[in-house]
Write a protein that binds this ligand. Structure first.
Ligand SMILES: NCCC[C@H](NC(=O)CCC(=O)O)C(=O)O
Ligand SMILES: NC(=O)OP(=O)(O)O
Length: 312
């Protein structure tokens, strides 16, 4: 594998899950694979899990991770073609990506969407520019439209906790005070579509995700109907896709409660706002898998880096 930028880069999700589980039981088995190789992690946005678990994954493979907060610490990067750079940007991605490629064997990038310009976000301006102008493999650590390290993690976690051969998995929207990206939801949808699960989505009217991603997946606009017989409830807020980036609904009745999910396992990528997205009683119960999910981020990243290192 050269780059890992989308769930579509997973050729066989079941074998990837098996490989990740094997890494988890023996996390130092490839500790020489990444010797003397450098992983550069570039953050245009905040992170706790991705920042630490991806470094941990690199260390488990014997790599040297180097990290930079691009926003604030680096020079403002210009992405436009032919721009007269007499504004706030000081260097072009053409130079920046080429320079960083000389210091790193793999570059991982986090760059959220604007949520104001749909066309620009869907063009994946930052991630695409790194793919185009860097000379080394690129890993997506959450881009405008996808978070494939999270999607892979979630697939691993569901596989570990499934009690029946084809569990019912529900992706449910929940309220939030801020306009949030579609990336986590998109990658979760794409991962579930590759797995042997009964998968449905629940969101209010006006909050359907990109139909090119949801495809034939059933979408309920009634949470109770969707939650019937659910084994896993995966929760995430996202802003409207149709009315791009807008918050048109903050209905607290969509918050996840113990009463609603019953015995189903609760999942969320974190960070999560308690008693807005989900009530304490769920997060503090045995039904919550959020901490284990965050643990699996290391093994998802380690598997991805391993596959890229093997192909360098
Ligand atoms: N990487 C995991 C989620 C990142 C981001 N969440 C956030 O921005 C939450 C911010 C807040 O709650 O203030 C998102 O939804 O894509
Ligand atoms: N789940 C996740 O990507 O968390 P961070 O934003 O903290 O990296």
């Amino acid at each position: 594998m050269k780059n890992y930028t989308s769930i579509n880069d997973i050729d066989n999700i079941n074998s990837w899950i098996d490989e990740a589980k094997a890494l988890k039981t023996n996390h130092l088995k490839d500790v020489n694979l990444g010797k003397n190789k450098t992983l550069g992690l570039l953050f245009f946005n905040s992170s706790l899990r991705t920042r630490l678990s991806t470094q941990k994954a690199a260390l488990n493979l014997g790599m040297n991770p180097i990290v930079m907060n691009v926003s604030g610490d680096a020079w403002g990067i210009e992405f436009g073609d032919g721009t007269v750079m007499n504004g706030n940007t000081a260097e072009h991605i053409k130079e920046a990506a080429a320079v960083v490629s000389q210091y790193c064997d793999i570059i991982a990038v986090r760059a959220f969407p604007s949520l104001t310009d749909k066309a620009k976000d869907e063009s994946e301006q930052v991630l695409s520019a790194f793919k185009k102008f860097a000379s080394v493999p690129i890993v997506n650590m959450e881009s405008a439209t996808g978070h494939p390290l999270q999607g892979l993690t979630d697939a691993i976690t569901i596989s570990e906790h499934a009690k029946v051969s084809k569990p019912k998995v529900v992706l449910s929207w929940a309220p939030h005070i801020k306009a949030l990206p579609h990336a986590v939801a998109n990658s979760f949808v794409q991962a579930m579509q590759k797995m042997d699960v009964e998968f449905v989505i629940a969101n209010p009217e006006g909050y359907d995700l990109n139909p090119e991603i949801t495809g034939n997946t059933t979408i309920y606009h009634n949470q109770e109907d969707a939650f019937k017989d659910a084994d896993f409830v995966y929760t995430k807020n996202w802003s409207s896709y149709k009315d791009y980036g807008k918050i048109n609904n903050t209905d607290p009745n969509w918050m996840i409660t113990k009463d609603k999910i019953g015995d189903a396992k609760f999942m969320h990528c974190l960070p999560v706002r308690r008693n807005v997205v989900v009530e304490d009683a769920v997060l503090d119960s045995k039904s919550s898998l959020v901490i284990e999910q965050a643990n699996n981020r290391t093994y998802a990243a380690q598997l991805v880096l391993k596959k890229i290192l093997e192909n360098l």
